[in-house]
Design a protein around this ligand. Structure first.
Ligand SMILES: O=C(O)CCC(=O)C(=O)O
Ligand SMILES: [Fe+2]
Length: 401
């Protein structure tokens, strides 16, 4: 019988670095999603190439074989890392969070079973969590209603009192793109007829297929705000200070990549503004001081791809995503009631409009429903860089994101 267990371990670490002269504090939340997948699922054959082989043996020995190998854009040379970044990263992250790991059961072939145990929350923290959940629930309902009405550019959203009660006061921009993300997706049952696609979407709700991927996301403001406040290369500093000096080179690559993608996304914002007949720099200004998210996706091969999805059908909640996929292929987009594969091209980036931009453009641009599928033979990797709106102090303080 097909049986799956699925556990998420979400790790957020906060770190500060003190410069010699300026004492600054910076926090990059670092999310690590481990999705365990438990059908009989085999490791690929040991690779022939020696560097890969070494890593393979290391992973096998440590049982952490699905963790992320270094993922580099092809145009940038891959640093010669011989140690296992992933084991190290994971353990560092866990230690940093003071999470005690309940169990890491290692099997061959894996999966990893891992349960992270937090100390019981203090009454104050528990209350805060309850408040947050209440707010999010209320938000969901309110947004659902408000999305039915057409809105002008510059979206207004209701403000909530701490207990989750709405205070009907419009705010100048989006507060909660994730919730928008959920609501702006096509209603799952409306499209069930025929194509595989809608069934997939419904399927996601009933969960016949579980996602299989390891994703590490770097989220923060790597480019602008910090450039002024820190050494100017926050991602490098981050890698060097948290996983350690050995990871500086890896950080350099991600730093360069993020900077390049930030430039591309701002240029696209200008084009989008022009196409919408609004002032050319208006979206650039809106997003320029904001955050970016960089996701490194790693999809292991799976012996039963028909039972698994790499990333389930979703619309990105962010404004714009610039995706670079390797040669393997697996990205699919849902249009005309069908899933269409997006053929990978080494010289092309895939640009997705996300829910935030769909809302900002008052629906003139639609966010795109997409997913990533896995295959039997090859590992697949992709890099997704997303633009997120500026965060206000209000958001940071009250909502924690
Ligand atoms: O890996 C892919 O091709 C898609 C990834 C994706 O959709 C995402 O990270 O949001
Ligand atoms: Fe996506």
């Amino acid at each position: 019988m097909f049986h799956i267990t699925n556990q998420f371990l979400i790790i957020i670490i906060n770190t500060t670095k003190h410069n010699n002269t300026i004492i600054t504090t910076y926090t990059i939340p670092f999310f690590c999603f481990l999705v365990c997948h438990n059908p009989p699922y085999k490791l690929p054959n040991p690779p022939q190439q020696s560097f890969e082989k070494k890593k393979y043996n290391h992973f096998k020995q440590h049982g952490l074989n699905c963790l992320l190998p270094p993922l580099m854009p092809p145009s940038i040379a891959q640093p010669q890392q011989t140690q296992c970044h992933q084991c190290l990263l994971l353990l560092l992250l866990l230690r940093r969070l003071r999470l005690s790991v309940d169990a890491i059961a290692i099997q061959d072939p894996h999966p990893i079973h891992m349960a992270a145990v937090r100390p019981p929350p203090t009454p104050r923290r528990a209350q805060r969590t309850r408040d947050r959940h209440a707010r999010v629930r209320t938000w969901g309902r309110l947004n659902e209603a408000s999305l039915r009405r057409p809105r002008a550019l510059g979206v207004h959203e209701p403000r909530l009192l701490p207990g989750g009660q709405p205070r009907h006061r419009p705010l100048p921009h989006l507060r909660c793109p994730r919730i928008h993300g959920r609501l702006l997706r096509p209603p799952p049952r409306a499209q069930v007829k025929g194509a595989e696609g809608p069934r997939e979407h419904v399927g996601l709700r009933r969960r016949p297929r579980r996602p299989l991927l390891l994703q590490i996301a770097l989220e923060g403001d790597p480019l602008l705000r910090l450039r002024q406040r820190w050494s100017g290369r926050p991602i490098v500093d981050y890698f060097a200070s948290i996983p350690g000096e050995d990871f500086t080179q890896m950080g350099e690559v991600y730093q360069k990549y993020c900077e390049a993608m930030h430039g591309v996304s701002m240029a696209i914002m200008e084009l989008l503004a022009t196409s919408l007949d609004v002032e050319r720099k208006c979206f650039r200004r809106f997003f320029e001081g904001g955050s970016s998210i960089m996701r490194l996706n790693y999809y292991p091969p799976c012996q039963e791809p028909e039972l698994t999805l790499g990333t389930g059908p979703h619309c990105d909640p962010t404004a714009l995503t610039i995706l670079y996929q390797d040669h393997v292929g697996g990205l699919e987009v849902f249009t005309n009631q069908k899933w269409h594969s997006i053929r990978p091209r080494p010289d092309a980036l895939v640009i997705n409009i996300g829910d935030t931009f769909a809302a900002l453009s008052n629906g003139r641009y639609k966010s795109c429903l997409h997913r990533a599928v896995v295959n039997r033979q090859s590992v697949r990797r992709s890099l997704a860089f997303s633009c997120v709106r500026k965060r206000t102090r209000w958001c940071d303080r009250r909502r924690g994101y």
